[in-house]
Design a protein around this ligand. Structure first.
Ligand SMILES: Nc1ncnc2c1ncn2[C@@H]1O[C@H](COP(=O)(O)OP(=O)(O)OP(=O)(O)O)[C@@H](O)[C@H]1O
Ligand SMILES: [Mg+2]
Length: 271
């Protein structure tokens, strides 16, 4: 059972996503050790970290797919743990991988998502057409999901996340598997969406962070090791490093002594 479910978290009016003291323990292992996330409208937060750092686990918790061991989650002012249905209307979520029904065509799947979001008749059709156009799925709309290439599966996942025009977008590796042209298009789309929404995206591509994110957060072994602008992150590289400076900083933050997992106690476990 999650602790703190009824706690009222102090949330500023422009903070669309607020998670405090987020923890997840699987058995005896802490995957997430007390993360605080505050994301405002107009912010695109790049969630970075090595494989197994706890990015997807954190995203699953803030979207209600996984119950936190501890912590509070507030989405557009709604407490996710006490008001899950209302809170889940506020965001679109692109999970890791590309879960969908394999035999459905792209348009059937999107119509199914529109219905699940409560749309019917011409409004449902308009919503489906809108996302097909926005994510450029016209060429594959009648193909079954299982026959799509990896990139188009990812784009279909992105389309379903946009169906209800949510104020918050949680995108787990949105450009994973996309070719350079599609990456460019999806980054432009995310930048555009991020102008008046709160976006959290995870990625392993650091140039993507510089291209689309207003903020970067690096997690390692379930704890935040950096939170600042991409420029601030890049400036942590020593002057003699002239190429791939972001990658260098990423390695500085997540390997060596800092990556040995010696933080013996999860942050919240000390409380
Ligand atoms: N259901 C689960 N049961 C047990 N352990 C899990 C479960 N889900 C995740 N973990 C563990 O939690 C840790 C964090 O995993 P997570 O998937 O959040 O990492 P990630 O940062 O998204 O990594 P990647 O970059 O590879 O996607 C890992 O050690 C993982 O093995
Ligand atoms: Mg992941």
């Amino acid at each position: 059972m999650a602790k703190d479910t009824g706690t009222t978290t102090r949330v500023a009016a422009d903070e669309l996503l607020v998670a405090t003291g987020l923890q997840k323990r699987f058995g005896t292992t802490y995957a997430v050790r007390g993360i605080d996330l505050r994301v405002k409208a107009g912010e695109v937060l790049g969630f970075l970290g090595p494989n197994g750092a706890g990015k997807s686990t954190s995203m699953r918790m803030v979207t209600g797919y996984l119950e936190p061991t501890a912590g509070t989650i507030t989405l557009c002012g709604v407490n996710l743990l006490t008001h899950p249905i209302e809170a889940k209307r506020t965001f679109g979520y692109l999970p890791e991988g590309a879960p969908a029904y394999p035999e459905m065509t792209v348009e059937e799947f999107l119509a199914f998502v529109a219905a699940a979001r409560g749309y019917s008749g011409s409004e449902a059709r308009d919503r489906v057409e809108g996302v097909i156009e926005r994510v450029h799925l016209q060429g594959v709309r009648r193909k079954s999901f299982e026959t799509l290439s990896k990139g188009y599966k990812r784009r279909t996942g992105l389309a379903q996340a946009l169906m209800h025009d949510p104020r918050i977008l949680i995108l787990d590796e949105p450009t994973d598997g996309l070719d350079p042209n599609q990456k460019h298009e999806v980054r432009e789309l995310i930048r555009d969406l991020g102008k008046d929404r709160a976006v959290v995206l995870s990625t392993h591509i650091l140039e993507e962070v510089e291209a689309v994110c207003t903020r970067a957060m690096v997690i390692n072994h379930g704890s935040v090791v950096f939170d600042g602008t991409p420029a601030e992150m890049e400036s942590k590289a020593p002057a003699h490093i002239t190429k791939n400076r972001m990658d260098h900083v990423f390695r500085m933050l997540t390997t060596g002594d800092r990556a040995t997992g010696h933080a013996k106690h999860a942050k919240g476990a000390r409380r």
